[in-house]
Ligand binder design. Structure first.
Ligand code: RAM
Length: 512
């Protein structure tokens, strides 16, 4: 733990903005062939009728919020001669309040589900729920009162919190209503994930992941200009490196800052990318001087994974992320991330490094480019292959293009070939789709990038997204990496990047 760096992270901490929000409608839930639906909608008057044992109430807060819930409860019909016993479920989507949380058997801890059981011992009372919730919908179930009384609830509200305010975002100039809507949802996604740190998702995992940070910060520089928050996150990672100087894939800030044991090859290298993006956005020499040694160390550690052919060694473990597709072989993607990070390291090293570091970076670049071109490139197929079984995937092509292994014209042809051949090993997260769109834009395939934004993020909008999701597979709406869609995060920061694309590449919003 490096206290100098952690103190700098602490100095970047700011009070969160707050805003009071209230339910707009009440409704009933109905399960249909296509999932859960809200029926019998009515504007919510602000006070419930008498609720007795077995009654429940569903509320809609109009859109997605992150914050602290409170309400008042009054006894109706007689004195409260027993505690009122309630179960409250908050959900980002209707399925979360429709499914019984007791039926959840997914791979991640049940504690993430936004359920709480409350005993109201003294009535009337005002209750402030201690947990922070990420939700649009709320279901309140009365498990019991007594035969003598029921309860009525009023003042139901949420103190929403965020490090940024929507009104401070740099406006988007387009008169296309669909793109405006996409931008609005991207900005809300980022707002709701921007808390004490850039969280990956405010429902789950509520922590700072390096891969997510990179895309959040990129978007935040061009929208909310949340430079200090990005700086805080960079200092946290650098202050919490392991004994060998490697950064963790994710860190926690509470009760005190500490790192997770997990390391991911690509995420560690994204420390370099994040620092390079931060430098480009801010020109803040003090911070980059402090953090360059951490960035350099990630490059050194990664370069040690190059084999004698100049290719990053493949592994059987969960060593590199890239996407939530279990079938994906990560070797070629990891190689692409490495080359991209070396290029970014080279730029930083010219200002912050030593001549010796520059020489080593140039050496790694040469070796790794050779490895990609001679070992990973299949001369007959004209595609990159990955791993022992020479797997062909979308992710491998995308990362080799982002690494600029071939000149632009060849890369453009490669991406068009990929579309034509549509490899079976596809992309499933907005995170991987971000890189796909970035690759298309990097070689000038602007129309295709536009189409893909409309198809993929637009698909989430058509499916009713208030915020963009952790995972979206248009061919399988219930797909979950964790065995149950109710645990998926439906406000996930790595999906907020349409707001970045629209501002970085104005050609995307022209004549659309
Ligand atoms: C998921 C998280 C996060 C991602 C990691 C690799 O658990 O939600 O967004 O960075 O996986």
């Amino acid at each position: 733990m490096n206290m100098y760096l952690l103190n700098k992270a602490a100095a970047c901490q700011r009070e969160l903005f707050t805003r009071h929000t209230k339910p707009i409608d009440c409704f009933h839930l109905q399960q249909t062939e296509s999932g859960w639906e809200a029926v019998d909608r009515m504007p919510f008057s602000g006070r419930t009728p008498r609720l007795n044992k077995g009654d429940s109430l569903c509320l809609d807060f109009g859109t997605h919020w992150v914050g602290y819930l409170s309400f008042s409860a009054q006894p109706v019909g007689g004195a409260a001669d027993a505690p009122a016993y309630l179960r409250i479920i908050a959900g980002e989507r209707l399925c979360e309040i429709g499914e019984d949380p007791d039926d959840y058997h997914g791979g991640l801890g049940k504690g993430w589900l936004q359920v709480s059981h409350l005993h109201l011992d003294e009535l009337p009372c005002t209750v402030e729920l201690p947990r922070r919730y990420a939700f649009r919908y709320l279901k309140i179930e009365v498990l019991d009162t007594s035969c003598q009384y029921g309860i009525s609830l009023s003042d139901i509200g949420c103190q929403a919190v965020s490090a940024v305010q929507e009104e401070d975002a740099a406006p988007l100039v387009t008169d296309d209503p669909f793109l405006n809507r996409m931008d609005e949802v991207s900005l809300r996604t980022l707002r709701n994930c921007a808390q004490d740190v850039f969280e990956d998702g405010p429902k789950r995992d509520r922590r700072l992941w390096l891969g997510d940070l990179r895309l959040q910060a990129l978007t935040a520089y061009r929208t909310y200009r949340a430079h200090t928050l990005a700086r805080r996150c960079l200092y946290l990672f650098a202050g919490l490196t392991g004994e060998d100087g490697g950064v963790s894939a994710c860190v926690y800030t509470k009760p005190t800052p500490h790192a997770d044991d997990l390391r991911l090859f690509d995420y560690s290298l994204f420390f370099v990318s994040c620092l390079s993006d931060y430098w480009e956005a801010t020109g803040d020499t003090e911070t980059v001087t402090d953090l360059w040694p951490t960035a350099w160390r990630q490059l050194e550690l990664a370069a040690a994974e190059l084999d004698e052919r100049g290719v990053i060694r493949d592994k059987d473990t969960w060593w590199c992320f890239l996407d939530w597709n279990d079938d994906l072989n990560k070797q070629a993607g990891a190689q692409g991330v490495f080359i991209m990070a070396v290029r970014q390291g080279l730029l930083l090293s010219k200002r912050f490094g030593t001549p010796e570091q520059q020489d080593r970076l140039n050496g790694w670049l040469e070796i790794a480019l050779k490895g990609s071109r001679q070992v990973l490139w299949d001369k007959h197929l004209h595609l990159f292959v990955s791993g022992q079984n020479r797997q062909i995937s979308w992710a491998s092509q995308v990362w080799q293009v982002l690494a600029e292994v071939w000149p632009t014209e060849e890369s453009r042809e490669l991406l068009l070939r990929t579309v034509e051949q549509a490899p079976a090993v596809g992309m499933v997260t907005p995170y991987m789709f971000h890189h796909w769109v970035e690759a298309l834009l990097s070689v000038g395939l602007t129309d295709l990038a536009k189409q893909e934004l409309r198809r993929y993020w637009g698909g989430m909008l058509k499916a009713g997204a208030d915020c963009f999701w952790e995972l979206y597979d248009p061919t399988d709406p219930d797909r979950s990496p964790y065995g149950s869609p109710v645990i998926n995060s439906c406000c996930h920061a790595w999906s907020c990047t349409p707001a970045y694309f629209f501002r970085r590449y104005p050609e995307l919003t022209e004549n659309s």
